[in-house]
Design a protein around this ligand. Structure first.
Ligand code: ADP
Ligand code: MG
Ligand code: MG
Length: 928
């Protein structure tokens, strides 16, 4: 679930249509310039320029202070890979031309000893992939230009600070020398000169750093650090292209379902410097709080620093409000610009800026990632502020993310009972409790063993992504609200607390000391992602506020978030065409589903009722009966119980249609396991146990062996049971109709829809329909009540879809059972696919798990055929879907196109389905 949640946080809203006027992409053009108030690109060119490039172009065109530069397009990246990891000459030529333009705009030249141009080389794909790819700053520095920079600025410390940063980044990204090798050298010098922070180092110390870094490069790459700026530029450009395919970027794309084929753009941009001294700074921020959605200017900055420092958590950054005191003019301008950007993009902006000697520059803007909670708050606020319409609000929120709002919160009493061990920054809301692990690999390993873990890290790095993905929550000791852990946690909808500075983590010892207490690997920890409080111990959780309202334990007026949630879904209902039903077997589930907005039940599995207390014995009796009379006796016991169940479910649905499926699974599922019985018999024999019990157990074993099937999935189940034991269908029909009659007498209207499963041939359905109609007529006569009911079938066997025209002559409705239809179309057992799905996905044989997201090409085709043939034979045929896919947003898009009447999802997925159905209706036309 988390997986999808996250994926959708990448913008699902359709990008605005390309405008007729304004900048346009051009074939054969690989380099797009921006500067002097004009850009070749625009916000509509994300595919080509990436998110970063299109944002820089758009801001330039809007007249904002953006350092000039050029974007080398994603098309160039594609060519780079096509030509065997080589940048084509034409792209290089256009880059050199762009460089000339950039030099003119900057009034400086790359490699010029007196007046050197320095640039950043920045990655940037269509979808933002925070920290997954690489960026290099201060490119253009070498042993000569660094002196030029010093002379020009009269600031030697700054010049050598920039140079050491450049060598490290270039050495790491292009020459592939490990970061920690550099960091170790840096720490050595810090120690030797008694410096506490990196800003404490003076020019001489930084010159030493540069000398050692160069020696390190020579040692590791066996070459001198490249001094030719053009060679540096080409090297950096190609390394950024390559970083598209580094392992963590690949993993990230897999999790977020971003296609591997789209590639990254490369932005080459004039440097501005936040590290020239106390009048300079760098920072990042959001126009609203990305964790809670609150309307507050939000962010962090560092004085005398360069870009990466804030995110990397090198020094703890200051709150952006502080900036007003330190640099009031720049702060005011930043507020104005970002407010303007929010209005322009009509969405929360996540921005990066640098202040060089009190002058503000904008370096990035994009629609901010946010938690599901914040998404709902922001969308409803933006509507209130008239910045967006309800329709846009519906399109703005990722359906998957709103399931986060249903996540549990701590049981307040249990939570209060524990002392606060420490407090960190509340980066991503939600209650998390689990066993501490200190590495991402352990998080994965432990989770595989079925344990719940909290990933505790000093700070997370992009390589931790797999561990973050499986953890219940992420807890870090350093870093701010915009650190890697915070950004990724929010995006995944994972509770996260960051920067809990009191945690002393030792990764090697797998311990963490806090306030004198030691947390060892495996110890329970809990934290609240909304308050930032961390506690030691295991804490029970309870339903979210929304669930409490839905369950009637809280009044809607008491919950702000419920009202917003409800407003958003009410907007969604205006735009959707698909009906929303629930898969619910019991009255309480039906109640919940109704409260979430389901208007009908698409699948009520009657056999689930058989497992209820005091029932299974009768079910077993029925199965063990070797003659019809005995079977009927057992069924007579079940009748009142089933009637009661149906009565409850009907009532909970307040007159909406309820589809009840007759018995479906193979009968052995209701009996004990063969192995268990054998053990029991052996025990009884060994201990001279009661002979009656022994005899009964032996009988049971014999029947279990009789019922044994080689392939139960394809065995005696579904309609085949009703055909061989019509008395089961009779009992179930009677229970359904009697419940309906009873309600009718109480003045409550119900429309039962009786659904026969697993039909592949019209004659199967005809056989069962005769039984249903006969019993229904009997009951209605007995009760003196007339009930409108329908008889239909599940389409879940491929033959059923292929002969839907014949089946529709008998069926009044179809419900696509896409779980079985997927099993039977692929020939994959749903319970066994786990053994090979991973390999299939690695080898790109399958893109997605076909049981989670419908395979539109194959299984979907059967759905389309079924709909077309079925409606051909019976134009008013009602058609829905009741497989797991009914709650999956991208599958819902497909069902919209296929023209189904409704989707049916599990109760907790109903809100997601409502929103997804609205987006589908707004984005696709039926039959497209
Ligand atoms: P990411 O996509 O990982 O955020 P960026 O390309 O945005 O990487 O760059 C990382 C950091 O470097 C950012 O904080 C950005 O502000 C800073 N940066 C990038 N280009 C420049 C530049 N031309 N001048 C000053 N800082 C820059
Ligand atoms: Mg950035
Ligand atoms: Mg089925």
């Amino acid at each position: 679930m988390a997986k999808k949640a996250a994926r959708k946080s990448s913008p699902t809203a359709p990008s605005p249509k390309p405008q007729a006027r304004g900048p346009q992409p051009r074939a054969g053009k690989y380099v797009y310039f921006f500067g002097n108030g004009k850009a070749d690109g625009s916000r509509d060119m994300k595919d080509l320029l990436g998110g970063k490039g299109s944002g820089l172009a758009e801001m330039t065109n809007a007249g904002l202070p953006v350092p000039p530069g050029m974007t080398i397009s994603t098309a160039a990246c594609t060519l780079y890979y096509k030509e065997g990891r080589r940048t084509p000459a034409e792209v290089d030529r256009q880059m050199i031309n762009g460089l000339k333009k950039l030099e003119a705009a900057a009034g400086a030249k790359l490699g010029d000893v007196k007046n050197p141009l320095l640039v950043s080389v920045r990655s940037g794909a269509k979808f933002s992939m925070p920290g997954m790819m690489d960026t290099i700053l201060n490119l253009g520095l070498n042993d000569q230009t660094v002196e030029g920079l010093k002379a020009r600025t009269g600031n030697g410390r700054f010049a050598y600070d920039s140079y050491r940063r450049f060598i490290q980044m270039y050495g790491n990204v292009v020459l592939e020398i490990r970061k920690d090798a550099f960091e170790r050298k840096f720490e050595d010098i810090k120690e030797a000169s008694g410096a506490h922070l990196d800003t404490d180092l003076d020019e001489q110390a930084l010159r030493d750093v540069v000398t050692r870094y160069k020696a390190l490069v020579k040692e590791k790459s066996r070459k001198r650090f490249p001094q030719d700026p053009l060679e540096q530029l080409r090297g950096a450009r190609d390394a950024v292209f390559r970083s598209w395919n580094n392992p963590r970027a690949i993993e990230y794309r897999r999790i977020y379902e971003i296609p591997d084929s789209i590639g990254t753009a490369v932005n080459v941009q004039m440097m501005v410097f936040g590290n020239t001294g106390e009048r300079s700074a760098t920072g990042v921020g959001f126009t609203r709080n990305p964790a809670t959605g609150a309307r507050e200017f939000y962010g962090e900055f560092l004085v005398n620093a360069q870009g990466e420092d804030v995110v990397a958590g090198i020094r703890t950054p200051q709150q952006i409000a502080e900036l007003e005191k330190v640099m009031p003019k720049a702060f005011k301008e930043l507020r104005q610009i970002t407010t303007r950007l929010e209005k322009h993009y009509r969405d929360v902006q996540d921005f990066e800026f640098t202040i060089q000697d009190e002058r503000l520059f904008m370096l990035q803007t994009r629609n901010g990632k946010r938690t599901g909670y914040a998404a709902v708050v922001i969308a409803t606020d933006l509507v209130k502020e008239k910045l967006i319409t309800p329709k846009e609000a519906v399109l703005q929120v990722d359906p998957e993310s709103i399931s986060q709002l249903l996540a549990p919160i701590f049981e307040p009493k249990a939570w209060k009972a524990l002392p606060v061990a420490t407090k960190g920054l509340p980066a991503s809301p939600g209650a998390a409790s689990g066993q501490a692990v200190f590495t991402a690999d352990h998080a994965v390993e432990w989770t595989r063993q079925g344990r719940k873990v909290i990933l505790v890290r000093k700070e997370t790095v992009p390589d931790d992504i797999h561990g973050m993905f499986v953890a219940q929550g992420i807890l870090t000791a350093t870093g701010g609200m915009t650190s890697h852990a915070a950004v990724v946690g929010r995006q995944m909808g994972k509770p996260s607390v960051v920067g809990a500075g009191a945690l002393e983590i030792s990764e090697s010892a797998r311990t963490c000391i806090v306030g004198g207490q030691t947390i060892k690997e495996g110890d329970w920890v809990a934290f609240d992602g909304l308050s930032g409080e961390v506690k030691i111990g295991q804490v029970a959780s309870k339903p979210s506020e929304i669930l409490q309202v839905v369950a009637g334990q809280m009044k809607p007026e008491q919950s702000d978030i419920f009202r917003r949630f409800n407003d958003l879904l009410t907007y969604a209902d205006r735009f959707r065409r698909l009906g929303i039903r629930a898969n619910a077997d019991q009255p309480d589930q039906a109640e919940t589903a109704y409260a979430f907005g389901a208007r009908g039940i698409g699948l009520c599995r009657t056999e689930h009722m058989f497992f209820g207390a005091g029932r299974i014995a009768h079910v077993q009796q029925m199965i063990l009966a070797d003659n019809e009379a005995d079977r009927r006796k057992a069924l007579a016991h079940l009748l009142p119980m089933q009637r009661g169940d149906f009565y409850g479910v009907f009532k909970a649905m307040h007159g909406c249609p309820v589809t009840i499926r007759t018995i479906d699974p193979p009968l052995h599922e209701f009996l004990p396991k063969r192995e268990d019985l054998m053990v029991e018999i052996a025990k009884l024999e060994a201990t001279n146990g009661d002979t009656n019990t022994l005899e009964a157990t032996r009988t049971l074993l014999r029947r279990v062996e009789q019922l044994h099937e080689f392939n139960p999935m394809l065995g005696h189940r579904g309609v085949r049971l009703g055909i061989t034991y019509p008395e089961i269908t009779e009992m179930q029909t009677r229970a359904i109709l009697e419940a309906a009659c009873q309600l009718a007498k109480e003045g409550i209207k119900v429309v039962p829809e009786i659904m026969i499963p697993l039909v592949g041939a019209v004659k199967e359905l005809r056989d069962q329909k005769l039984v249903v109609d006969r019993v229904a007529a009997d009951v209605m006569k007995e009760q003196g009540v007339k009930i409108k009911y329908l008889v239909g079938t599940m389409i879940e066997v491929p033959r059923g879809a292929l002969t839907a025209d014949e089946i529709a002559t008998e069926a009044q409705f179809f419900s696509f059972g896409t779980n079985d239809l997927t099993q039977l179309t692929f020939g994959f057992s749903r319970d066994d696919i786990g053994k090979f799905l991973g390999a299939y996905q690695d080898k790109k044989i399958l893109d997605k798990d076909p049981f989670a997201t419908i395979d539109t090409v194959g299984v979907g085709q059967l759905v389309e055929i079924g709909v077309r043939k079925g409606r051909g034979a019976r134009p008013d045929l009602k058609v829905g879907v009741c497989g797991e896919h009914g709650g999956d947003p991208s599958s819902i898009h497909f069902f919209e196109k296929a023209g189904l009447d409704y989707v049916s999802a599990s109760p907790y997925r109903i809100p997601v389905a409502r929103l997804a159905a609205a987006q589908a209706a707004l984005q696709v036309k039926v039959g497209d």
